[in-house]
Design a protein around this ligand. Structure first.
Ligand code: NAP
Length: 364
């Protein structure tokens, strides 16, 4: 079954020196994009077209979450829809066509308290760059119940596109009440004989169009006001059922199932940023409407900074904006040097306090 870290191209071999020391990249980059989801590729495309010769470092999860989406129906320009991996391929080809360099590597450390910034990677590369666009996205949230870890890959999955095929003729449980739970639950009906969607409330968060498709589907049932409290396995070491609790009366129940697909939201991929960049209470990077973080020259786009929209279309827009802002930053760096925060506090938002669009328009 799938490993979320194996959704795309293979990582290239390590590039560290034989003595184990870090390889020093000689060139000073104008812009490095970190992440290969819709925001990252769009930032790479726009930066390339602005002749900034961007380097895009993909991360281990090539293509991000869209690459594990079976079908994208709401990205404009593709009226028939297309698969997530196909869309990522198109994003990548378009960015490369204009000169975006792609490195299949994973960033392990950022140094943003001195300029130029430093980016270190799992392949022991060290890059220096004048600006960075962070597009590291988010990852699935876990249920954190007994049995979840033990049976991951043995009936517990976070990717219907990857694993649905293994459940032909089986009965499945999907956990969650958002767009992902319904979209992936509908996808699973291609293989399963029955899909039960377990939701902790009696009202769905998902869009109306997905709700009506799910309600109308004869293979889909809903179990309302219920949470999964544990996942059970059989003597073959694979999932055989779940225990649940009614959130209204506390009643415990058992339900047989062959697989559990978990879609209960996402957690921002922010490991690189703790103590270095401002994060909100949910762990998203704080960026102002111009995609600027609290460090001049560091920009954020897509789900790492977006706690509201989280759409391919909005991530693409944010990636575009971040590249345009990076271009502007580089031009002002050339002309005036780094903004002096002490002398001109208006030059940048107060850390942790995103500026309003109106202020930005007035100041720019
Ligand atoms: P989401 O909208 O955050 O929904 C998460 C669901 O999981 C909610 O129903 C939530 O319940 C439930 N949940 C959260 N924690 C839970 C827990 N510990 N136990 C049980 N249930 C729990 O996440 P999503 O569905 O992954 O969607 C994320 C974003 O991507 C959204 O903005 C969505 O619109 C977008 N998206 C769009 C599409 C599309 O347009 N086709 C497809 C997929 C995703 P409550 O409702 O009670 O909070």
């Amino acid at each position: 079954m799938s490993d979320l870290n194996q959704n795309g191209a293979q990582l290239q071999n390590g590039a560290g020196k034989a003595d184990g020391s870090t390889e020093e990249a000689s060139a000073l980059h104008d812009v490095i994009v970190i992440g290969s989801g819709p925001a990252g590729w769009t930032a790479g495309l726009y930066a390339a077209r602005a002749n900034l010769e961007p380097l895009l470092i993909t991360g281990d999860d090539f293509g991000g979450q869209v690459s594990i989406t079976y079908e994208v129906e709401n990205y404009p320009g593709f009226p028939e829809g297309l698969s997530g991996p196909d869309l990522v391929d198109k994003f990548k080809s378009q960015a490369e066509r204009f000169g975006c360099t792609v490195s299949y590597d994973h960033v392990t450390e950022l140094v943003v308290d001195e300029h130029p910034f430093t980016v270190r990677t799992a392949q022991s590369k060290e890059y220096r760059t004048k600006s960075i666009i962070l597009c590291t996205g988010a990852r699935p949230r876990f249920l954190e119940v007994p049995g979840e870890q033990e049976y991951t890959g043995k009936g517990v999955s976070y990717c219907a596109t990857c694993d649905g095929f293994f459940f032909r003729g089986k009965e499945l449980v999907v956990v969650g009440g958002g767009d992902s739970a319904l979209e992936e639950g509908l996808f699973l009906t291609k293989f399963a004989t029955k899909v039960r969607i377990i939701h902790r409330r009696d009202e769905l968060r998902a869009s109306k169009i997905l709700q009506s498709r799910a309600f109308d589907h004869d293979k889909i049932d809903f179990i309302w006001n219920t949470v999964v409290t544990s996942i059970k396995g059989n003597e073959n070491g694979v999932v055989s059922g779940v225990t649940t609790r009614d959130t209204l009366n506390g009643e415990q129940s058992e339900l047989e199932t062959d697989g559990v697909f978990v879609y209960i939201g996402h957690i921002p991929n922010n490991d690189l940023y703790h103590g270095k960049l401002d994060l909100d209470e949910d762990g998203h990077l704080i960026a102002d409407p111009m995609t600027r973080t609290n460090v001049p020259g560091v920009f954020a786009a897509g789900e790492i900074a977006d706690k509201v929209f989280k759409q391919v279309a909005t991530s693409v827009g944010q990636g575009c904006a971040a590249a345009m802002q990076a271009e502007k930053f580089l031009a002002s760096l050339e002309a005036e040097g780094l903004p002096d925060l002490a002398e001109d506090p208006r030059a940048w938002p107060t850390p942790g306090v995103p500026r309003k669009t109106a202020d930005l328009v007035a100041a720019d």
